[in-house]
Ligand binder design. Structure first.
Ligand SMILES: [Zn+2]
Length: 79
C-alpha cells in the first residue's frame, strides 16, 4: 500500500514540476520580449534574472545579434 502512496506523491511532484516549468517558460518569453523591445533603444532595461532571481541580465550585441546573459547564473540567450 505504501508503494501506491509513494507513486501518487511522485505524480503530484511531477505535476508541480511541470507547472513550475510552464511558469518559467512564460516568464522567459515575457523577459525576452521586453529585451527585444529594449534592443530598439540600444539600452537594455534593468531586468532581474528570471531563473536565479539574483543576477541582472546584461546584454552584448553585434551587427545582427544580441545576447543577454545573467551576471549570477548560467542563463544565456540570443534574441
Ligand atoms: Zn540568473
Amino acid at each position: 500500500m505504501s508503494d501506491n502512496t509513494q507513486e501518487r506523491d511522485r505524480v503530484a511532484e511531477l505535476e508541480a514540476e511541470v507547472d513550475r516549468l510552464r511558469e518559467q517558460v512564460e516568464e522567459q518569453r515575457e523577459v525576452l520580449s521586453i529585451l527585444a523591445a529594449g534592443q530598439q533603444s540600444e539600452t537594455l532595461p534593468d531586468l532581474g534574472c528570471p531563473y536565479c532571481g539574483e543576477g541582472t541580465l546584461v546584454g552584448s550585441s553585434g551587427i545582427s545579434w544580441t545576447q543577454v546573459e545573467c551576471t549570477a547564473c548560467d542563463f544565456k540567450e540570443y534574441l
